[in-house]
Structure formats: C-alpha cells, structure tokens
Design a protein around this ligand. Structure first.
Ligand code: T6T
Length: 339
C-alpha cells in the first residue's frame, strides 16, 4: 500500500474509535465497543436451562460464518446451552429456505440466522416466529426485522464509506471506481454498496461505474473485473463487497497485470484475502467481527428465552487491515478457517 500519511491517519482513527465508524443509533442500537449496553444482553452467566439453539449460516465454508460459529459455540458453552450449525452450499435463498423450514419443524428454542435475501427469507422467518421460535438475525437482515428479537450486524453502510475513504487516499488524483458485489437483495452487501456510492458521489474527482454482481463466485468476479478493466483501463479503484468477490477481484487484477495500479479495498479478512493483501493485489481489508456477532446472538437468544433484557439492534465495528498492521494489531482480526 502507498503510505500516504492520510491513509495511515484514517486507519489509526478507526482503530482508536474502537474500529467502529458510526455512533450508536439512539438507545436502540449499541456498538460492540459500548461494553455496558452490549453486555446487557448477557446479564446471566448461565442460561436457566439447556436451550436448543440452531444456527443457520448464509453459506457453508465461508470463513466469516466459520468464525461466527466459533463465537457462537464458545458463548453457548459458557452459558450452558446447546447449539447446532448448518448452512446451504451456496449463498442462495432457494437452498437456505428448506434448511430453515426443517430446523423450525424441529421446534428449537431459538434460531440464529443470516438470511440470504431480504424478501425471500421473510416468510420462513415469519413462520419460525409463529411457531414460537425466538429468531435472532446475525449479519444479514430481512425486509421486516421485527420478526426477530434482536438483529446483530456490522456497520455495513459505514464500512462502504470507509472503503471509499481508503481509495480516496490511495488514489488522491481521483478517477473511475467500481464495486464488485454478490447479488442484489442481500442486506449487508447492498448497504456496503450504498455507503460506497454515496461517498463516491460526494467527491467530484471520482466517477462511480456502478456495482457488478459475481453471485458469490470468485471466478465470476475475476472475469467481471478483467472485462471491466478492458473496457475502462483507467479504473483507479475497486471496492469488493465481500470475501468471495474480493478473492475474485484480486485474481482478476493480477491476471490483468494491474497489481498495484488499481487500488483494491475488500470487505472481510479470510486467509485468501490476507494473502492478497500481502501480495499487494489488495491494498486494504475491512475485517468484520464475526465472532462478536455470534456471541451477541447467543446472548440475545438466551436473554429472550429467560425473559431478560434484549437489545433489539446491536452494531459491531470493523478493523481496517493493511500491510502495515496485518502482522501487528490487525492479526487478531483475521477470520478463522476452523475453531
Ligand atoms: O461479508 C460476509 C457477510 O457479512 C455477508 O453478509 C455475506 O458475505 C460474507 O459472508 C463474506 O463472504
């Protein structure tokens, strides 16, 4: 990464602010940095009984959800409740819906879920609630989040803005920028794209080329980036909206011979993203706190089942990783491949 003083300042500022870019939304939202508010969900050290919790991931094998599962399992063990995890083979509501339906048919006490689509997953979650299952949204949300007792997620809008700020400092001359996304209808990546787009449009030196959809497939992201660079060889920056789009973007940048010439900021920090950061195909990563999201999810489920205080919306922060902090302060923010 080019070490302009401003980039370093941005990274430090976010780190000092507890790695969170936004303030809590009144008293309804807390950040993970607000220890007292966040811990109000974990008022108990032990659950009153061994509840049956089910965690349905957005997709299997994604280090973001694996790390979240680690946080969930650790907290479940601490509180004395049981948790089972499963997820679809693709980030796809047609594959996730039958899993949720079958989990709900088993009448668990609570369902922790990362819905893969804001609209398509609303019905299955409404049915879970109607069946008396406490729903907790972890990471993504749905059109009507009131179906859940609590929704825990990163500051995705703020993360999109932070991504543009990083590109702004890496390419201060301005120019064309692109977002590499997953699919429309995913609350998290849609919010990241919006935060990015709004920020780009507030700086007349930059031109937003829009978002392209890779369907969570690195090979598709790679071809899309290569094609975009052929069409617009003067692209100065790319914001990759999640782990797999970042992985494919890094490959496409490398194959197009643009390493270091196009500034790339990727959301998430799995081992492959970190390798791309070290190789210089990616200049910055926005690492979420999936283990904390999982922990707060368990706390919310147990508090709700035990009739305790539940915080309806919890916002967790993020850490910006660069070559400069990846082996220092940033190392702990890297996602796990197994617990
Ligand atoms: O970025 C995360 C998650 O927040 C998003 O909702 C879907 O993609 C990831 O799981 C990363 O692959």
């Amino acid at each position: 990464m080019k070490k302009t003083p401003l980039v370093v300042a941005c990274v430090v500022a976010l780190a000092v602010a507890g790695c969170s870019s936004t303030k809590p939304d009144e008293d309804k939202t807390t950040t993970s940095d607000n220890a007292s508010a966040a811990s109000s969900q974990a008022a108990v050290d032990k659950a009153s009984k061994n509840y049956d919790l089910q965690f349905v991931q957005g997709v299997q094998g994604d280090e973001f959800y694996i790390t979240m599962q680690c946080g969930i399992e650790e907290e479940a063990k601490k509180l004395g409740v049981t948790v089972h995890t499963q997820g679809p083979t693709k980030f796809d509501p047609t594959l996730q819906k039958p899993i949720v339906d079958s989990v709900v048919a088993g009448k668990p006490d609570a369902l922790l879920v990362a819905p893969t689509d804001v609209t398509a997953m609303q019905g299955p979650l409404n049915q879970a609630k109607a069946a008396g299952v406490k729903v907790v949204l972890v990471d993504t949300t749905v059109d009507d989040p009131s179906v859940a007792v609590s929704a825990i997620a990163s500051d995705n809008l703020g993360g999109g803005k932070a991504a543009f700020e990083a590109i702004q400092k890496l390419a201060p001359q301005g120019g064309k920028v692109l977002a590499m996304g997953v699919d429309p209808g995913i609350s998290t990546t849609d919010a990241r794209a919006k935060g990015f787009e709004d920020a780009v449009k507030s700086d007349s030196k930059f031109k937003y080329l829009g978002v392209q959809y890779s369907h969570n497939d690195p090979a598709t992201a790679s071809s899309l980036i290569s094609a975009a660079l052929q069409k617009d060889p003067d692209i100065v920056g790319v914001f990759a909206l999640n782990l797999f789009s970042a992985e494919g973007t890094a490959t496409g940048i490398k194959q197009s011979g643009k390493t270091g010439k196009v500034q790339v900021v990727g959301f998430d920090a799995g081992p492959n993203q970190v390798a791309a950061l070290r190789a210089g195909t990616v200049q910055a990563l926005i690492a979420q706190q999936p283990a904390a999201i999982g922990k707060f999810g368990v706390d919310a489920a147990v508090a709700s089942l035990d009739g305790g205080t539940v915080t309806p919306k919890v916002q967790t922060g993020f850490t910006i990783l660069t070559k400069d902090n990846i082996d220092g302060d940033g190392a702990n923010a890297v996602y796990k491949s197994k617990c």
